[in-house]
Design a protein around this ligand. Sequence first.
Ligand SMILES: N[C@@H]1[C@@H](O)[C@H](O)[C@@H](COP(=O)(O)O)O[C@@H]1O
Length: 336
Amino acid sequence: MLQEACSAAEHVALQLTRDGDSYAALGARLRAAQPGNVLTVARGSSDHAASYCAYLIMARLGRIVASLPMSLVTLYRSPLVTRDALAIAISQSGQSPDVIEPIRYFREGGATTVALVNDAASPLAGSAEWTLPLHAGPELSVAATKSFITSLVAAARLVAHWQDDAEFLAQIEALPAALRAATEVDWSAAIEVLAPASRIMVVGRGASFPVALEAALKFKETSVLQAEAFSGAEIKHGPMALIDEGYPLLIFATRGPTQASLLKLAEEMRGRGARVLLAAPADVSERDLTLPVGSTPDLDPIVAIQAFYVMAANLSIARGLDPDKPRHLSKVTKTN
Ligand SMILES: N[C@@H]1[C@@H](O)[C@H](O)[C@@H](COP(=O)(O)O)O[C@@H]1O
């Protein structure tokens, strides 16, 4: 896991040299077609990448995006309207029927279908009209790392080309260097707190919420740690009742409109006795962990999760586990 996570920068660099014409052609098609409905289809870590993709599309293009509810196509056989739709699937393996079947359904119904997929020979890759490979190389560890990071980058490229935004594209080009630097950040303070922990809340908001979801899944998969992700706006609507003395909270306070509210939340939760691990950029003096940044706040989550992955792999080992062999889990899980 650690090795694969640390190789993300080189795979992102490779991805950025590939498929530029396809992304540009897809961007032109989307600007011309102006899809009315946009939906994402993905599972596990890939679904968290899809949440980031949805955030970028909504924030930068103003299009409303929904995550296709599970089972609607595969089990309910619901007669979903496909006209004017854009369906985006994200997957490392491209194997799960509940990702493949909806993409086939939407394609047959005339929608624009896109697969951001690592295995370019997979059934998913063959099902979508537009297949954009992640170029993450073989990923052997059960826990997705480099495929997640390359999915986020592919999502950002898709949006940049859809917007035809040269500035955002240039900012994306700077990601490999930022990712390399992020592998060097020292998050050992988190390991000290979390090695003996039995539960944790992971908090993000806006662009950082997808990485909070991803971090919580990694804690479960590789550290057998009961972890729940919440938006900073949700904590007070119920979850806060769980907070008692020493309750661990990891907060991803990336830059942007939500940062101030997350810093305030950190202070308030400290006041209630929580053991807060505030991950924030270097200019935030009250941080516990330094969050590396990208060239623009919308790319910060990509760099943030890179720093987190290094810590998560080491935490798993500190807890006496093998991050590459989580119990009960498989690399490829086929659900329908
Ligand atoms: N244990 C793995 C997860 O880590 C992964 O995120 C999910 C989605 O996989 P894929 O991206 O291949 O569709 O499948 C499995 O359940």
